[in-house]
Every structure is written in structure tokens, then in C-alpha cells.
Design a protein around this ligand. Structure first.
Ligand SMILES: [Zn+2]
Length: 298
């Protein structure tokens, strides 16, 4: 799960027209669209009946909404290889046809989001037609309207943000509740292609030698009732952020999964227990986490 810390999930993946995963591709570009409507709230509901989607949408007041997990492929460019390698951003119009104006607040927020994406995917300096494209570069379309002439403005502002060192934390490190879909946490994990991200820190309630390995009990994440066999987290998967050497695991220590264990695939679901099971391939089998805690804690 990857969602910009600047965005609020809205109708998040509540429509069928996107594809789980990236089919092995990495993200190397951003595609700019306009909605061709002033009705910001009509998106993404329209994608229940139209075979399209995008990752983000920006309103006239500069609010940023997240519609599709960046780890998934949105259907926005009209070109499949481009969809697989890009993040699509929609922009609400300030006026309707024929001018389809764009508010300055919308452009300013677009620059912030572009800066954040460029920063997180290592795109380097944002340059129009190198890593920032108008939709019309891929198919014959009037989209993105006036934004086609604003690409340099967006790039300049984005580069100023990144060169100023103002990095934006992603929501992978904070608590987000994209509950607008009404789906259960397990359904949301499934809709996202069984992927998980858990980059945030949590508390080691206690650490014990159990079944021959040192394990952490973390009530912030564990399914209830807690059992060392099913819910203990081997400390070798974790860094102890409270200790410069990363190994003390005192009661109450702040810990985090080591980078190589911070994202992966959910191996098992238990709907009855509302739990997700993950095998970190460390030789200790599946660890069960409470689905809601795990979803909320990425
Ligand atoms: Zn478009």
C-alpha cells in the first residue's frame, strides 16, 4: 500500500476499473489530466460505469484525494505500457466548457504532489516530456486542457520544493483510515492485490525467548488472543529504534520491521479471526496480525 501523505483516500478503490500490481514494472513518470468537469465529487464514482481511473484527484481548493493505491495500475493514459509505469493525477476544473480553467490552488497542490512522487520514486529533476507528461502525449485527446501549458510551472514549483529539502512523509509511516469504501480490512487487502506495507514504528510490549527464538510481542499489531506461537514476531525481523545498536528490545522499546520485511504479500487470511497471515520466509512460518490494526498501521 502506497499513498501520498498529502492525500485523503476518497472512494478508495471502490470501483472495478484498475489492475492490481504493476506487472513487474517500476514507476518512472507522472501523467497529468483534467477532469473536464467542475464536479470534483463526481470522481471517482463515474469510474463505476466508465472504464477509467486515476491515482489522485486535486480539487479547486487544492485538496488532494487518493483513489487508487500507487502500487496498483490505474487506467488513465489510454496506453497500457504507460499505465504500468506511471502515476495519473486528475485535476478538477474551475470552469466548464469551453475554457475549462484550472484554479491556482489546484496547480500549487499538483506541484506538491508531483514533488512528493518524484522524490519517492527517485525521478530526479521534474522535466516536462521527460518524466511529467500531458495525457495528450499518449493518445489523441483534449485532456489535460489548459494544464498542458502549465507543465513547466508545475515542474518548476515541484523542483523548488524538492531542492528545498522539504520531503513529504508518505502515509506508509502514519495512520490512515481509508474507510470510505465500507470494505473490511481483509477486503481492502485483497482489492490491493494482497500487498502490504508496514514501514511505521510500533511498541515492543515485551520480548521473550519462545520456541527457541527471541520474539517480540506487539499488541499494536497482533491478533487477539495473543499466542507466542502464532503472533510473536522474531526480533531478527526488527530493528530496535530505541537502541543505537538496534538489538536491546527492552519492554516498551520502539521497534520497526527491517527494510527488507516492510513490504510484501499476505499469504493467508482468516475471515473469522479478522487476521492476516504473513510468512516472512525467515524459517519461522506464518505470523498472524489483526487485519484492522495492520491496515491502519502502514
Ligand atoms: Zn486525461
Amino acid at each position: 500500500m502506497t499513498v501520498s501523505g498529502l492525500a485523503t483516500p476518497y472512494g478508495f478503490q471502490s470501483f472495478p476499473n484498475y489492475t492490481a500490481g504493476r506487472q513487474g514494472n517500476s514507476i518512472n513518470k507522472i501523467v497529468i489530466h483534467h477532469m473536464a468537469t467542475t464536479d470534483y465529487d463526481s470522481v471517482p464514482g463515474i469510474w463505476n460505469s466508465r472504464q477509467a481511473s486515476a491515482h489522485y484527484g486535486i480539487g479547486q481548493d487544492g485538496t488532494i484525494r487518493s483513489y487508487v493505491d500507487e502500487d496498483n495500475t490505474a487506467w488513465h493514459a489510454g496506453d497500457w505500457p504507460t499505465n504500468l509505469t506511471s502515476i495519473g493525477i486528475e485535476h478538477a476544473n474551475a470552469t466548464g466548457a469551453p475554457n475549462y480553467d484550472i484554479a491556482q490552488a489546484t496547480i500549487d497542490s499538483s506541484a506538491k504532489l508531483v514533488a512528493d512522487i518524484a522524490n519517492r520514486y527517485g525521478l530526479g529533476t521534474v522535466v516536462p516530456y521527460k518524466n511529467l507528461f500531458p495525457h495528450s502525449d499518449f493518445v489523441s485527446t483534449a485532456c489535460p486542457g489548459q494544464l498542458k501549458d502549465k507543465l513547466q510551472d508545475i515542474a518548476d514549483k515541484a523542483n523548488a520544493i524538492n531542492n528545498g529539502g522539504q520531503s513529504v512523509p508518505t502515509q506508509s509511516a502514519t495512520t490512515v483510515q481509508p474507510t470510505s469504501t465500507g470494505l473490511s480490512a481483509i477486503d481492502k487487502f485483497k482489492a490491493g492485490g494482497d500487498r502490504f506495507v508496514l514501514q511505521g514504528s510500533f511498541i515492543n510490549n515485551t520480548c521473550e525467548l519462545q520456541y527457541g527464538i527471541y520474539q517480540s510481542r506487539a499488541d499494536e499489531l497482533s491478533a487477539v488472543p495473543f499466542a507466542w506461537k502464532d503472533n510473536g514476531i522474531p526480533t531478527k525481523l526488527l530493528d530496535d529504534l530505541s537502541d543505537p545498536n538496534g538489538r536491546s528490545f527492552n519492554d516498551g522499546a520502539t521497534v520497526r520491521f527491517k527494510p527488507q520485511y516492510q513490504r510484501g504479500t499476505i499469504d493467508k487470511y482468516s475471515v473469522n479471526a479478522n487476521a492476516v497471515g504473513i510468512d516472512f520466509l525467515d524459517g519461522n512460518g506464518v505470523i498472524w496480525f489483526d487485519a484492522d490494526k495492520f491496515w491502519a498501521h502502514y
